[in-house]
Design a protein around this ligand. Structure first.
Ligand code: GAP
Length: 471
């Protein structure tokens, strides 16, 4: 297991992820994707979009981020989308009460104080109200990590939605929220899509888009941020069939991660014991990050909560009319909800590898290699002239320009060939093509695969097909 700092440093060094507004000291909980990060992100979204919508029963949508404020009353976010917050009066630091307790439990486990950790965990699992968090913190002497004091305020609810105003007047009638989940944009469009796409239940609606949460504590790089992207799909089913579809979507989503090279031993299921107000079954897919397992996607059976609630708040019918069986009902919903940026971080961690290899002179060195699945790799192919003369750069550049029409490609002439390979290994490029003296005679090139480092010779005219077949 590698340290998170190792991944963060590679991500910065090679242009995957930068701190947002870095020249001003950064903005907490926000990150920017650099040239390689954005390619990786687009490849993840492309793979998700194709797997979810290139089928008969799922339609896409792209709803706006700002929605009518009643949306959030109906969804329950205005009242319930909050985290328990506690302040330390000495250090003026603010914490999520549950996270503070979890961090304390982790410390106890590290010190082998497993019995005490278990007692606190049981209490945490049974929290009913904010005063229960407070009592745990006081009873177990959980100190502020900054001031080391017990100078705590009470625990209060903190709503995570970002507020802003539409139009020129900043008053209560113009308040809107940046959406905290993309899902509601799907629910409010249920009827539009049902009618225009002429779908029949069961069918789904998929969306990729930004969501915003004013998280009390952001932590662990891209894991918990204030601005992030989600890829969500709501599958509308006949009530009573939700268990069958829930199982189906659990399998589909698990297998999607595997199909993109996620190591099975790094994934696990977590069943929700405490269900959200809208759910009757919920599981998370968790990935083993360097700091432990964390959720990357939730599969939730949301019943008819959302559609019924929008029906009530908007006064518009959300029923489905089954003309074949002469039935009408508000469909149940099975949701798959993944974080794009959190997924990107999981794919970065999953890909990172170090191995010892012999260099050209026979001495050993560490090779850092990002073993991305070739569908996700930010650069698919790199092209090098062996030396910078004898017509090799011209031929190499020619091949590069040709490959660029189909693949994200890089052209590199600088440094020894071994160093150029290492640079590509570190960004996870699956194929490197070298143009050498022989190329000029018979138009063959070497193609080297990242993981095996094996090189074979093929004709320049076959490169495109060779890569297409592998990707
Ligand atoms: N519509 C259901 C929903 O939003 P969620 O479990 O709150 O459910 C779904 O979020 C996914 O969105 C999570 O599995 C995670 O990947 C991602 N996510 C949620 N909060 C996030 C945050 N603050 N930063 C990054 N990703 C986040």
């Amino acid at each position: 297991m590698f340290k998170l700092d190792t991944i963060i440093s590679l991500a910065k060094r090679r242009g995957f992820v930068f701190q947002s507004s870095e020249i001003y000291g950064g903005l907490n909980g926000c990150w920017d994707l650099g040239p390689l990060g954005v390619e990786l992100l687009l490849n993840i979204k492309d793979a998700w979009w194709k797997s979810m919508t290139y089928r008969d029963d799922i339609e896409g949508v792209d709803a706006s981020i700002l929605m009518h404020p009643r949306t959030w009353d109906a969804s329950g976010h205005t009242k319930q989308f909050s985290d328990p917050m506690i302040d330390n009066k000495t250090s003026k630091s603010r914490h999520r009460a549950d996270n503070l307790i979890e961090d304390h439990i982790e410390k106890l486990i590290k010190k082998n104080k497993n019995d005490e950790a278990k007692i606190i965990q049981d209490k945490l699992d049974n929290v009913k109200e904010n005063s229960d968090y407070y009592n745990i913190i006081i009873e177990h002497n959980i100190k502020d990590p900054i001031s080391g004091t017990m100078d705590w305020t009470e625990v209060r609810n903190f709503n995570l939605m970002f507020k802003t105003y539409v139009g020129p007047l900043e008053d209560s009638s113009s308040i809107v929220y940046l959406r905290p989940e993309s899902a509601q944009g799907i629910f409010v469009n249920f009827k539009n899509i049902l009618e225009t796409a002429r779908q029949k239940v069961p069918f789904g609606i998929a969306q990729i888009g930004k969501a915003f949460r004013n998280e009390i504590n952001t932590k662990n790089f891209l894991f918990r941020t204030r601005e992030f992207e989600q890829m969500e799909m709501q599958y509308f089913v006949k009530p009573g069939t939700e268990k069958e579809w829930f199982d189906y979507w659990r399998d589909e989503r698990w297998n999607w991660y595997l199909s993109l090279g996620m190591k099975p031993e790094k994934l696990r299921w977590k069943k929700h014991e405490k269900l959200a107000h809208y759910a009757n079954m919920a599981y998370d897919i968790e990935f083993e990050f360097p700091f432990g397992f964390g959720e990357i996607e939730g599969i939730h059976s949301r019943t008819d909560f959302d559609l019924k609630s929008h029906q009530e708040f908007s006064g518009k019918k959300m029923e489905y009319v089954d003309t074949v069986n002469n039935e009408r009902y508000v469909p149940y919903v099975v949701e798959t909800s993944g974080g794009v940026s959190r997924g990107l971080m999981a794919f970065l961690c999953n890909a990172y590898d170090e191995e010892t290899v012999s260099d050209e002179k026979g001495s050993s060195e560490t090779r850092v290699v990002m073993r991305f699945n070739s569908k996700l790799a930010p650069t698919t192919v790199a092209i090098f002239p062996l030396v910078n003369k004898d017509g090799m750069p011209e031929r190499a550049h020619n091949i590069y320009k040709d490959l660029q029409k189909n693949f994200k490609a890089q052209y590199d002439v600088s440094g020894a060939i071994g160093r150029r390979y290492r640079r590509q290994d570190e960004i996870g490029t699956p194929f490197c093509i070298t143009i050498d003296g022989e190329t000029l005679n018979d138009d063959t090139v070497t193609i080297r695969e990242r993981d095996s480092m094996q090189q074979i010779r093929i004709s320049a005219s076959q490169i495109k097909q060779y890569i297409m077949d592998k990707v």
